[in-house]
Write a protein that binds this ligand. Structure first.
Ligand code: AMP
Length: 301
């Protein structure tokens, strides 16, 4: 049995977490779900946990009777040239953080549990998966959607929590849930940042000291576009240029994209926009950081 238990307790009656259980197989994760009463929230992650992940856990705890988190570095969402082999991994640390955060189940399967020999199925999403990250990382959202669907099917949560930090991923998962009638609510959660504005990311550990100092330029570019928006600017070209101008000040930043897109469809915005997502992808050396901000429709525009 791959489920390990922390403190004991009657799972059928409890609503307070009584200890972290660990499942490494889908069968055991599902057995856990069938054994608990009330609602379950799921927080899918790739581990190397930080306060951004833990904010999703906290939200999940506040809205559900039980919270599960998964830690799985999903190989199918990495392109061959990407950082799969050096992606940070520390399951012991993750387990301790999740236990402290009151998570009830940690699902940490090995790759061949998720992708056994002969695995031949993938979820292909068009629409919001096509531009930006989808264009630059071919196959990325196919890998994300497939693994998320497997996690949702395997664990059967009532709600699943995703960060706005990965806005396109959130839009793709929402679209999949809607298109495939998945019986789960997809909940988007605000981006958690360092004091200097840098969005928390497991990949921030790749940044050397100089690049770490330079990286908050993403936040400054997003802050600039937010204040222009608040002042009434609605021209997509002007807003985009404003982000590019801020990024151009930082010589260490190599811009992959600075885009204004529709927050649901991810189609590029042109002309005047009433709402938009300002999205950035910027390289510092070989480390690629993404960030975004929603430019909401004004109440009285
Ligand atoms: P990852 O482990 O990078 O796949 O992220 C797992 C989940 O945590 C995803 O839904 C991310 O969007 C979310 N997440 C990552 N960074 C942050 C952050 N800084 N603030 C809020 N959520 C985040």
């Amino acid at each position: 049995m791959a489920i390990g238990s922390g403190a004991g307790g009657d799972a059928a009656q409890r609503h307070e977490p009584v200890g972290l259980r660990i499942a490494t197989t889908i069968a055991d994760a599902r057995a856990w779900r069938l054994g608990v009463s009330g609602s379950v929230g799921l927080v899918p992650t790739m581990g190397a946990l930080h306060a951004g992940h833990l904010s999703l856990v906290e939200r999940g705890r506040s809205e559900n009777d039980h919270v599960a988190a998964s830690v799985f570095v999903n190989p199918t969402q990495f392109a061959p040239h990407e950082d799969l082999s050096r992606y940070p991994r520390d399951l012991d640390r993750d387990r301790a953080l999740l236990a402290d955060a009151g998570v009830d189940l940690l699902f940490a399967p090995p790759p061949d549990e998720m992708y056994p020999a002969g695995f031949s199925t993938a979820v292909e999403i068009a629409g919001p998966a096509l531009g930006l990250e989808g264009e630059r990382r071919p196959g990325h959202f196919r890998g994300v959607a497939t693994v998320v669907l497997k996690l949702l099917n395997g664990i059967g949560p009532d709600r699943a929590y995703f960060g706005q930090k990965d806005a396109q991923q959130l839009a793709v998962v929402r679209r999949m849930a809607r298109d495939l009638d998945l019986p789960v609510a997809i909940v988007g959660c605000a981006t958690v940042r360092e004091p200097d504005g840098l969005a928390l990311s497991s990949r921030n550990v790749y940044l050397g000291p100089e690049d770490r100092k330079a990286a908050p330029v993403l936040y400054r570019a997003l802050t600039r576009v937010t204040s222009l928006w608040a002042a009434g600017e609605r021209g997509a070209a002007t807003l985009r240029r404003a982000m590019e101008e801020v990024l151009a000040i930082e010589p260490r930043a190599r811009v992959d994209y600075a885009a204004l897109v529709d927050p649901e469809t991810f189609e590029a915005k042109d002309g005047r926009c009433e709402q938009a997502l300002a999205a950035l992808a910027v390289f510092f050396g070989s480390t690629r950081l993404i960030d975004n901000v929603v430019l909401p429709p004004a109440l009285a525009d």
